[in-house]
Design a protein around this ligand. Structure first.
Ligand code: IPM
Ligand code: MN
Length: 355
């Protein structure tokens, strides 16, 4: 029995999570796994009503689950940073979800802005460090609002944090049936302290993986290659902040925020799965958001819960529906309603699963 904590969150989060759960349910029916969900209403509305962001007791409760399924966090009436740091980052850090796994895969039938590149060329995974770097929050402000003001925001990289992330990435490169290549993305030509550590760890851990080809790209060049020659990548390992930036680019390359999913993974603990997109407040309740990213996040969750058959079925269903042309595009003006996409995928899962 898998115990899943569900946090629909703000804006369009609840709408897309509803469709994701519809698909999880369909997969459970055809493959026979058992699960239960407990819903939590953390997010902007609750914060505005009660002042609660995410109490420590909730974090302790989450530790009792097998996975967390999150919609999106962000509210137009709440100042930036409060919910992001108070909920999303608090969970990532508190549960030590040290990997942010972001597959960049273009499915057949999905439009990419990259000319002359297709599903053959666009299929890689970004392993983003998820608990350190500039996100650690080290630094401070001094003499705020005066001409002598000082702001310091530091990048913290620890040997342990870098090593476990790099090792995860090598393992993934080994498991993937692709080029057996791992690319370290950094800015070692400027940020020489932090990325000296990364480079040494990358080389050292790499000795344990003689079958994996080691590559390197500076983060600015990486952005160029992601657009120019995305086929060059297999697995990327990258520091937190740079990983944040390049995965928005990655999401666009794979067809947009409508499909991009991610997992916040603690391989020894509780992981959390979410679409990369935000809460898109202005579309709340309109039923125009494509829930595929949330559905893919659900698929990733089932994979990590060990439900490989269910995960494979969902991916097949997604690919079949996308290839069928029933969804013209993934934008808000596609004419396909949020729940229709959920129904299409859930039906396809049931059909494929009962064969
Ligand atoms: C993401 C988001 C978050 C991040 C924000 C909302 C804190 O952009 O998941 O990529 O920066 O990690
Ligand atoms: Mn981001």
């Amino acid at each position: 029995m898998h115990k899943i904590a569900v946090l629909p969150g703000d804006g369009i989060g609840p709408e897309v999570i509803r469709e994701g759960l519809k698909v999880v349910q369909a997969a459970a029916e055809v493959t026979g796994f058992q699960y239960e969900t407990v819903e939590y209403d953390f997010g902007g509305d609750r914060y505005l009503r009660t002042g609660d962001v995410l109490p420590n007791s909730a974090l302790d409760e989450f530790r009792q689950f097998d996975a967390i399924y999150l919609g999106s966090i962000g509210h137009p009436d709440v100042a930036p940073g409060i919910l992001e740091r108070g909920i999303l980052l608090k969970i990532r850090f508190g549960l030590d979800q040290y990997i942010n796994l972001r597959p960049i895969k273009l499915y057949p039938g999905v439009w990419t802005p990259i000319k002359d590149k297709g599903p053959e060329e666009i299929d890689f995974v970004v392993v983003r460090e998820n608990t350190e770097g500039m996100y650690a929050g080290a630094g401070g402000q001094f003499k705020v609002g005066t001409p002598d003001e000082i702001a310091v925001q530091e990048m913290i990289c620890t040997r342990k944090g870098v090593e476990r992330c790099v090792r995860f990435a090598y393992e993934l490169a080994r498991k993937r049936a692709k080029k057996k290549q791992l690319t370290l993305v950094d800015k070692a030509n400027v940020l020489t302290y932090a990325f000296d550590l990364w480079a040494r760890v990358f080389a050292e851990v790499g000795k344990e993986y003689p079958g994996i080809k080691q590559e390197h790209a500076y983060v600015d060049a990486c952005c160029m290659w992601m657009v120019k020659n995305p086929e060059w990548f297999d697995v990327i390992v990258v520091e937190n902040m740079f990983g944040d930036i390049i995965t928005d680019l990655g999401a666009m390359v794979q067809g947009g925020m409508g499909v991009a999913a991610s997992g916040n993974i603690n391989p020894e603990g509780v992981s959390m799965f979410e679409p990369i997109h935000g809460s898109a407040p202005k579309y709340t309740g309109l039923g125009v958001i494509n829930p595929l990213a949330a559905i893919s996040a659900g698929q990733l969750m089932l994979e990590y819960l060990g439900e490989e058959k269910a995960s494979r079925l969902i991916e097949q269903a997604i690919m079949e529906v996308l290839a069928s042309g029933k969804i013209k595009d993934l934008s808000t003006s596609s004419g396909v309603r949020t729940w229709e996409v959920g129904d299409l995928i859930a039906d396809a899962v049931k059909r494929l699963g009962s064969r």
